[in-house]
Design a protein around this ligand. Structure first.
Ligand code: UDP
Length: 303
């Protein structure tokens, strides 16, 4: 089995690679990662610029800058990896007649009006707002991928992950996502920074559950052209997440409320009926269990 994994050195990719058997080639510009690739051959290149005559059985397109504070500082690069990059990855898959798996995003739903959100909800996205470089290009990727399916019959599969967290999720600077940042702040005794009043919600998915779902999406037959939410249907308020992390770490950190993020989706959770039906999958790790494992990992990282 030969796998080409774009963005394979990042948080999701590095975990997935550990659970794949075969010959792994990773194309990654290392723009957002700070860890070593666990295994496989690394080609340091942007996916838009990568070319090869090699053939692959699976092309897994993960390359993206997913952290909102980070991508709004790199809007052009963000939009290009999610458009030209997707085009390039699709062409490589088409020449190989490979299975093409895309990690899209729950961001494509924008300010969803149906919670938990099913795959057939079309989304409510600001097409020119500061998050549009990410949201709209992810949406374009999906449209292009479905065009390859319809025009060339390519075996494409699209997953929409919802707020995956776990060991190796970056906490630093603009890369920091909410779970890793709060854990780091709690362990260091720093203020926990909540944007807005903390009543906005997300549904968090532990990395091991994401890996299991992704392997099922790769290796289950009959998924050609399917789009599947990979997430949790359990909505958590950001303020409740902060308090849970303070409790689990035994931290003395205080909560500090900062101005809300512009265009921050107010609510997010996944309807996973389709994942249950097609993949026989649902998350096994509770938020508390996943946080405890992630906190343990961060304790080992913070000296
Ligand atoms: N958030 C927060 N403080 C932080 C980082 C994030 O309150 O230091 C909030 C953010 O406003 C959003 C949620 O946590 O409502 C998730 O943010 P994240 O950047 O992890 O990803 P998103 O789901 O917005 O893509």
């Amino acid at each position: 089995m030969k796998f080409l994994i774009t963005g394979g050195a990042g948080f999701l990719g590095s975990h997935l690679i550990e659970h794949l058997d075969g010959e792994i080639t990773v194309v990654d510009d290392l723009s957002t990662t700070k860890f070593q690739l666990p295994k496989g051959k690394l080609i340091k290149e942007r996916i838009e610029n990568f070319s090869t005559n090699e053939k692959f059985d699976y092309v897994i397109h993960l390359a993206a800058r997913p952290s909102p504070e980070d991508y709004i500082q790199h809007p052009v690069e963000t939009a290009l990896s999610n458009s030209l990059g997707t085009y390039n990855a699709l062409e490589i898959a088409r020449k190989s007649d490979a299975v093409f798996l895309y990690t899209s995003s729950s961001e494509i739903y924008g300010h969803a009006e149906i919670i938990p959100t099913p795959e057939n909800y079309w989304g409510k996205v600001n097409p020119t707002g500061i998050r549009s470089c990410y949201d709209e290009s992810k949406r374009f990727s999906e449209a292009l991928i479905m065009s390859y399916y319809r025009e060339y019959g390519l075996d494409v599969r699209i997953q929409r992950p919802f707020n995956v967290y776990g060991p190796r999720l970056r906490e630093d600077g603009s890369y920091g996502r909410v779970v890793s940042r709060f854990i780091y702040q709690a362990l260091k005794g720093e203020d926990i920074t909540i944007f807005g009043d903390g009543n906005q919600t997300r549904a968090f998915l532990y990395i091991d559950d994401w890996v299991e779902a992704t392997k099922k999406m790769l290796f289950t037959k009959g998924l050609k052209g399917e789009i599947i939410n990979i997430g949790s249907d359990k909505e958590t308020k950001i303020i409740d997440l902060a308090n849970l992390i303070i409790k689990l770490t035994g931290s003395k950190s205080k909560i500090k409320f900062l101005p809300p993020r512009q265009d921050d989706p107010p609510r997010r959770a996944a309807d996973i009926t389709k994942a249950k039906r097609l993949l026989n999958w649902e998350p096994k790790t509770s938020l508390e269990e996943g946080l405890i494992k992630t906190i343990d990992w961060f304790k080992g990282e913070i000296k």
